[in-house]
Design a protein around this ligand. Structure first.
Ligand SMILES: NC(=O)c1ccc[n+]([C@@H]2O[C@H](COP(=O)([O-])OP(=O)(O)OC[C@H]3O[C@@H](n4cnc5c(N)ncnc54)[C@H](O)[C@@H]3O)[C@@H](O)[C@H]2O)c1
Length: 700
């Protein structure tokens, strides 16, 4: 039974229990209908409380219902019946009240919540708009402008803000049921009865053309290349001119239109893809991960400090080891600075910094990691050094402890072997800054035990990371796919494109940051070191990564030196065009006798994306990634690929694999066969007229 109804002292309590987060699915709606039917005509009921058991009020609609035909019973009829009750209906809320969860509360007559409750309408981040009356009820409660602020911002607000915006009537204390019932008893003394949102009017004067223009401009800035936010504006403004029922019809029309967009399909794809990554077909379901109560990190540099913060933020004690007191102190200062900036931006409270830093203990002696459940190594990228460290860890760590390396490029099997217990060793590839970036590549060697894999995937949850499982290969999933992207971007510079032209084309298309801006941010010396260390695996192409090398040779290391592909005036990170950089690139092109050509924005994007897609398909074919959707998660969570395009492999399906293959063959003609060979699986899927999504379904 999901929904229960109890009446006591004149108050009916409809309580919903649909673990884990009280999603409103079809069964819940059906039972809510039945509860409302039972209430009809009962003379002993003077008020109704709607509440949920467990950790939260309704957290949202069932996103699984997005695709396919609408499932009965519908939201509209249910909310209409709830609202039509002729006794006051009070939503008693706690937890995270999102989307359809907030919309059902808006259909109630009064809304009260426990401290700590958060409310939001995140629909536009899924490419849709609130579709259960939210766009018509919210402006009736708080006005057009405030309603759109909430919908366009898409981030949850707290109780104080909800009270200020005006859709929450009161904060209740102690306990949701008792608090909401007490509030219900107060209503008649205040002379307050049913108060139907749908019967309110929006003052048409509050929805001015100037406001609409301003909000539209804001939506275009915040959600470029997308339409959901614009549809939300249309819907909310309609509330000011249409009667309620017609407004709901209009909302329904806009929702249907939004659901049909690629934007929405892509965003929903990524939403589910992120929930899928922990499923590993070859791990037996009875395999349980090790609980993690204590952690250790070896190396207090850039990555080690960030990783230690992840543990401390999760409330887990962590020992941070380095080879000298000075290095430890540098790490401590870096951590303290990161917390200071979080404090400044309101991400943490004043007490949190001390508490969290208190969980991070510096140490020089490896003996202090002997009782850690997980140890993550993040020292210099040097195989011999890492092997020495893993030999020590193998001897000291407690039996079954997870031994992880954060290496980006080294062979994890070789590191594992040195530990003497390769079954416990795994790659945990964090991205920089480790305390911010959500992606965590989890790399298993042939010898990693199923339990170690499960422990690593489970550990991602408290660390607030999205894990994606990969097998050992150079660059794993993400960096391996970067190779062709970076190569083509640099090559186009030598053919006469400017850094700004390349980066702007990519950014206008949707990449969070153009690749050349990324190199400047990460440090050109960092890429050059990788090129040098891997020169033996590079193809015999004299132009390969020559743009990087030319800038490096001229001392241009990127943002840190104030010049790279662009010029900077630190600490400002604005990119200025730099004729000197253009000249260096030009000279390199002349030296290498590279023919100049012009590049349209579309060509730049295509030439960068096709190698990403082609390599992604190879990665699938080799079994390095479990599924195409995992590859999409790596790129959307870790590489700034636009979620609204669904990740590179979803995007490949949307343009059609035949078009991808044609593109690869076109560039093979144009640029030569050395770098442009279609992945065999790409050619096969085109022959068989199949998509990558179908390939995923067949394998799962
Ligand atoms: N920086 C990145 O963007 C990034 C991203 C992903 C992975 N990685 C990988 O993470 C690892 C660390 O990178 P980083 O950028 O943090 O390097 P870093 O140079 O900032 O830090 C390395 C730290 O390791 C310490 N160290 C060296 N030898 C040690 C030893 N024997 N015992 C204990 N500590 C020792 C150093 O003193 C230093 O504090 C590398 O394997 C790197 O490839 C880096």
């Amino acid at each position: 039974m999901i929904v229960t109804l109890e009446v006591a002292g004149g108050v009916a309590v409809i309580s919903v229990n649909n673990p884990p987060v009280n999603t409103i699915n079809a069964a819940t709606r059906q039972q809510l209908f039945e509860a409302l039917a039972e209430l009809r005509g009962r003379s002993d009921v003077r008020a109704v409380v709607l509440m949920c058991a467990g950790s939260t009020f309704f957290s949202g609609a069932d996103i699984g219902e997005f695709s396919g035909p609408p499932q009965e019973p519908g939201y509209r009829r249910l909310f209409a019946q709830l609202e039509a009750l002729d006794v006051p209906v009070i939503a008693g809320m706690h937890g995270t009240v999102l989307g359809g969860g907030l919309e059902i509360a808006l259909a109630c007559h009064y809304r009260v919540a426990l401290p700590g409750t958060r409310f939001g309408l995140p629909e536009v981040t899924l490419g849709i708009i609130p579709g259960a009356g939210g766009t018509q009820r919210l402006p009736r409660l708080i006005g057009v402008e405030r309603a759109l602020d909430l919908i366009l911002d898409a981030r949850p607000v707290d109780v104080a803000r909800a009270l200020e915006l005006g859709f929450l009537d009161a904060q209740i204390d102690v306990e949701v049921r008792a608090g909401a019932i007490a509030y219900a008893h107060l209503l008649p003394t205040g002379g307050r009865g049913p108060r139907r949102t749908s019967e309110r009017l929006v003052d048409p004067a509050s929805a001015t053309p100037a406001m609409r223009e301003r909000l539209t401009a804001q939506a275009r800035r915040q959600y470029p290349n997308r339409t959901a936010a614009l549809s939300a504006i249309e819907a909310v403004f309609a509330a000011a001119r249409l009667p309620f029922e017609q407004g709901l019809d209009f909302e329904a029309e806009l929702v249907d239109r939004a659901k049909a967009t690629l934007e929405s399909k892509a965003l929903v794809h990524v939403f589910f893809a992120e929930r899928e990554t922990r499923k590993v077909p070859d791990l037996a379901p009875e395999i349980r991960g090790q609980p993690v109560a204590k952690a250790a990190v070896i190396g207090a540099g850039t990555m080690g400090a960030g990783i230690a913060i992840c543990f401390a933020n999760a409330g887990l004690p962590v020992t941070l080891i380095d080879s000298s007191g000075e290095a430890l102190e540098r790490g401590r200062v870096a951590i303290s600075n990161i917390y200071d900036s979080m404090l400044k931006r309101g991400r943490i409270g004043a007490a949190d910094k001390g508490l969290r830093m208190g969980l991070i203990q510096g140490a020089l002696d490896y003996a202090s990691v002997a009782d850690a459940d997980v140890i993550i190594e993040a020292v210099f990228e040097d195989l011999a050094l890492k092997r020495r460290i893993f030999a020590k860890l193998g001897a000291i760590a407690k039996p079954g402890a997870l031994l992880a390396t954060n290496t980006s490029t080294l062979d994890i099997a070789a590191i594992a072997e040195a530990s003497g217990r390769p079954q416990d060793v795994i790659g945990l590839h964090f991205f920089s800054p480790a305390n911010v970036m959500p992606l965590l590549e989890v790399i298993r060697s042939g010898q990693t035990s199923p339990q170690a894999i499960r422990t690593a995937l489970d550990l991602a949850r408290p660390l607030k990371k999205t894990p994606v499982l990969a097998r050992v290969c150079y660059g794993f999933i993400g960096n391996r796919m970067m190779e062709g992207y970076a190569r083509e971007a640099q090559r186009m510079l030598l053919e006469g494109a400017t850094p700004r032209q390349v980066d702007c084309a990519l950014e206008d298309w949707g990449m969070a940051m153009g690749i050349l801006g990324v190199f400047d941010m990460a440090g050109i010396d960092v890429s050059v070191n990788v090129h040098r260390a891997n020169a033996d695996r590079y193809p015999p192409d004299p132009s390969y990564y020559q743009a990087d090398l030319a800038l490096y040779a001229a001392g241009r290391l990127g943002q840190k030196s104030g010049q790279g592909y662009y010029r900077y005036t630190p600490p400002d990170r604005t990119r200025y065009d730099d004729p000197q950089a253009l000249q260096l690139l030009q000279e390199t092109a002349v030296r290498l006798d590279i023919r100049q050509r012009s590049h349209s924005d579309a060509q730049i994007v295509e030439r960068c994306l096709l190698p990403i897609i082609n390599e992604g398909i190879r990665i699938l074919e080799e079994g390095v990634a479990l599924r195409a959707s995992d590859v999409d998660v790596v790129w959307t969570a870790g590489y700034g690929f636009p979620r609204y395009r669904g990740g590179p492999l979803f995007y490949a399906d949307t343009i059609g694999l035949a078009a991808v293959l044609d593109g690869v063959l076109k560039y093979r003609e144009l640029c030569g066969p050395m770098h442009w060979q279609p992945a065999p699986l790409l050619a096969r899927l085109v022959r068989e007229r199949r998509t990558l999504a179908e390939w995923d379904r067949k394998r799962d």
